[in-house]
Design a protein around this ligand. Sequence first.
Ligand SMILES: Cc1cc2nc3c(=O)[nH]c(=O)nc-3n(C[C@H](O)[C@H](O)[C@H](O)COP(=O)(O)OP(=O)(O)OC[C@H]3O[C@@H](n4cnc5c(N)ncnc54)[C@H](O)[C@@H]3O)c2cc1C
Length: 399
Amino acid sequence: MTEKTDVAVIGASPAGLMAARYAVLGGADVVIYEKKEEIGVPCHPANSVYRGMMSANGEKIDRSYVRHCIDGMKLVSPAGRTITVETPGYALDKEKFDKFYAEKAEKAGVRIECGYDVCNLSSYFGENVLNVKKTTAAPDEAPQKVKADIVIIADGIFSQTAVSAGLRTMKHPEDVAWGTELEIEAPGIGEEKFAEYYVGSHAPGWKSTYLPMGKDRAAVGVYVRRHGKDISGFLDPWVDRICEMKDIDRSEMKIVSAKSGGDPIITIPDQICKSGIMVVGGAAGQSGIGYAMQAGKIAGETAAQAVSKGDFSKRMLSQYVYKWKDALWTEHIFGRIGLEALRKMDDEEIDELFEVFEDEDVSSKIHGNTFGQGLSVMALMMKKKPSAILKAGALFRNR
Ligand SMILES: Cc1cc2nc3c(=O)[nH]c(=O)nc-3n(C[C@H](O)[C@H](O)[C@H](O)COP(=O)(O)OP(=O)(O)OC[C@H]3O[C@@H](n4cnc5c(N)ncnc54)[C@H](O)[C@@H]3O)c2cc1C
């Protein structure tokens, strides 16, 4: 028998859970299919959020999933120049975070089906049919068919369902960053109050990281673009450097877990909507838990409106794209320009740029919306070191 629902969400991800919750709150009948047997298990490598982004989504931080509170982040240049940004943040227990949001969605009325893999999505003449199979089913068992007026694809960076729906969701898929996060254990390593992000040729195209997770635990990670998926050649030296900087004997350091994945940090969303379908989160090239949740919320609200009007056309669902662009497009474009310039600069140039902001109270000087922040950055550069602006010319290098 074919099941029928107003809205089917693929993936109980941060984006999918928000989308489902807002669709149900708007009056739609919503089901999520999640291929993991248990929400949050195995755990996704993402391990931190900042309060600002969560508040922008109308979400309060809940102590139940917080492992350690931090006061902000330090951005560090190759020569060690440091920019400090004070902004409250949290090291997460990601399994508990996912479970918290799943429970919130269920309480609102969402039905979550765990252990169900959406193996195909066909979408013709405005009719969506999902082929859904229990992950424990025998290989020859026929998939169950589910019809949905609207499908919200939230199945992460490797989304196969967006491909089956014929959508090219990212403008620059070649720019997915490949990242690995190690959780390490060493005496006192997790007690600091700032996350640290290091940029330069040791992590081409993006960053290496240190995140205190409380007491004797911390996470160290490396994210690299355009160097293939195997980034172990960058990770090993980074762990050595962390041990040196934090005064740890490497032989006494224990690696508790290692998790890898693709981060669509500056891939820029492209085709994320068609008749009856919206794509959100990593699957749509929207990176970061906060951004994924914000996109999910907008898509969920749009789905509820579409259901109440009985209009599932591309025109109707494009409200999601317009509202998302209104809120976040400039930020994504500025992010891409910044990270592309960084990828093309050499270490000396990055150091020169950091000199402008070092010792500045960045949190109070750079404010407003993204455009305003861009102008504040330019004004600071003009005042302190006009030649630094020329470094932005790196963006136009053919590298
Ligand atoms: C190593 C690494 C570290 C990161 N760290 C951070 C961080 O600290 N903070 C931050 O904000 N961002 C971080 N990110 C980025 C962040 O993880 C993503 O932006 C965020 O997880 C986006 O989530 P999502 O909602 O798109 O989907 P995901 O979290 O990727 O979830 C997708 C879900 O869909 C399910 N699924 C997939 N296929 C199917 C299917 N066919 N049928 C049913 N279910 C399916 C999966 O099981 C999964 O539960 C990190 C990324 C990486 C790779």
